[in-house]
Design a protein around this ligand. Structure first.
Ligand SMILES: NC(=O)c1ccc[n+]([C@@H]2O[C@H](COP(=O)([O-])OP(=O)(O)OC[C@H]3O[C@@H](n4cnc5c(N)ncnc54)[C@H](O)[C@@H]3O)[C@@H](O)[C@H]2O)c1
Length: 356
């Protein structure tokens, strides 16, 4: 089913499709094979058995696959070099296609490699995590990490297609589903009150056990929001920054806690901080604040014990989203409406952090 076309300057750059089952997967590959001289798949060990071996064997030698190191580890200089060598040895050229199958880390490295090899080769993405489906595969941001700094080196290059197969959600661990939900709640809070109310009402049927039919509708809504935002601000110079809602404190907490909490959990805490700041600034009411924190806490979020607020603040000021020593903070004006404020008093940010 076709969901949306991402257009930049009125030109379609990405077609986004969603499928309930991966039974159509082979059909897509056969179609792709008729359009490209060869296909290079970049994927993760966690997925290689299920599908990759299958297609690779059936269509060898036109398809070659490379198993990346897992999760964030694949976004390294070392892996980049290895992938470039793999492409070169196997004669990847301008008529080839690169396909990234995996979570957001695979999308990021696949997009990056595709944007630099021979100054750009077509690529498509098949996201296999909830976060990848609703966020990372769309919008063209590519990256690797450098010198322990996340996403320091990257480009903007849109995949030609994003193909979502909901079957991948079946094997996804609960912690990864939670990561995806944190981004879904983010979209609801920054721009979609109806989605917020829907999750509020249906939470018990959505998590921890997922309902793929309901989730499909939510995924589609989030994709349409992401497409809308990227179309307005492809290069992340203004409006797109509202997608950082919850991420400023979230990233700082992740670093402060030595990455002992997941990204999704960090963002959930970060959204609580942002909601508290919005309350302190009288942008939302106490009633709205309670609704927001109740929904976030219903994802089993426990209060944090003994945090050092000054240390977390230090991490916040180091974050790349701080410009001229000011933190660009995304706050709420309402449930479902947000704005960027880069002039928030540090005492109010401290109050936000104290609410954890
Ligand atoms: N480019 C963007 O716009 C953008 C947006 C958000 C996040 N990101 C990036 O995305 C990355 C995080 O992505 P993520 O949360 O998808 O995690 P991930 O890609 O690191 O994957 C998480 C884990 O899930 C496993 N996995 C993936 N699919 C699976 C499946 N179907 N079944 C079982 N296991 C599976 C992976 O092997 C891995 O261990 C970060 O690097 C972040 O910087 C990019």
């Amino acid at each position: 089913m076709h969901i949306s076309n991402l257009k930049i300057k009125n030109k379609v750059v990405t077609q986004i499709n969603i499928y309930e089952s991966d039974l159509t997967f082979h059909k897509h590959f056969n179609e792709l094979l008729s359009n490209y001289s060869s296909i290079f798949i970049l994927t993760q060990e966690s997925l290689s058995d299920s599908i990759i071996n299958n297609i690779t064997m059936k269509n060898a030698p036109k398809i070659k696959s490379f198993i990346l190191e897992d999760a964030e580890k694949c976004k390294s200089e070392k892996q980049l070099k290895e992938i470039l060598n793999f492409l070169l040895i196997n004669q990847c050229n301008k008529d080839s296609l690169i396909v990234g199958i995996g979570g957001g880390s695979v999308s990021d490295i696949t997009g990056f490699v595709s944007s630099i090899y021979m100054r750009g080769i077509k690529h498509i993405l098949i996201p296999t995590t909830l976060l990848g489906m609703v966020d990372a595969s769309i919008g063209g941001k590519t990256a690797i990490n450098y010198n322990n700094i996340r996403n320091l080196i990257g480009t903007i290059k849109h995949p030609d297609q994003v193909l979502i197969f909901l079957d991948y959600l079946d094997s996804l661990p609960k912690s990864e589903i939670l990561n995806g939900f944190s981004e879904i709640i983010k979209y609801a809070l920054i721009m979609d009150k109806e989605l917020f109310e829907y999750i509020e009402k249906n939470k018990k049927n959505l998590y921890p056990e997922i309902n793929k039919k309901k989730l499909k509708e939510i995924i589609i809504k989030c994709i349409i929001h992401k497409v809308d935002i990227v179309q307005q601000d492809e290069k992340d110079l203004g409006h797109r920054r509202i997608l950082n809602f919850g991420h400023t404190a979230g990233h700082a907490l992740e670093s402060y806690l030595n990455f002992q909490i997941s990204h999704g959990l960090g963002v959930l805490y970060g959204m609580k901080v942002a909601a508290k700041i919005s309350l302190e600034l009288n942008k939302i009411t106490k009633k709205q604040y309670i609704r927001i924190t109740n929904l976030i806490d219903s994802f089993n979020i426990q209060p944090l014990k003994k945090i050092n607020i000054d240390k977390i603040l230090d991490f916040m000021y180091y974050d790349k989203k701080s410009s001229h020593n000011k933190i660009n903070y995304v706050i709420l004006n309402d449930i479902g409406a947000s704005t960027i404020n880069n002039n928030i008093d540090v005492e109010i940010i401290k109050k936000g952090l104290s609410s954890l």
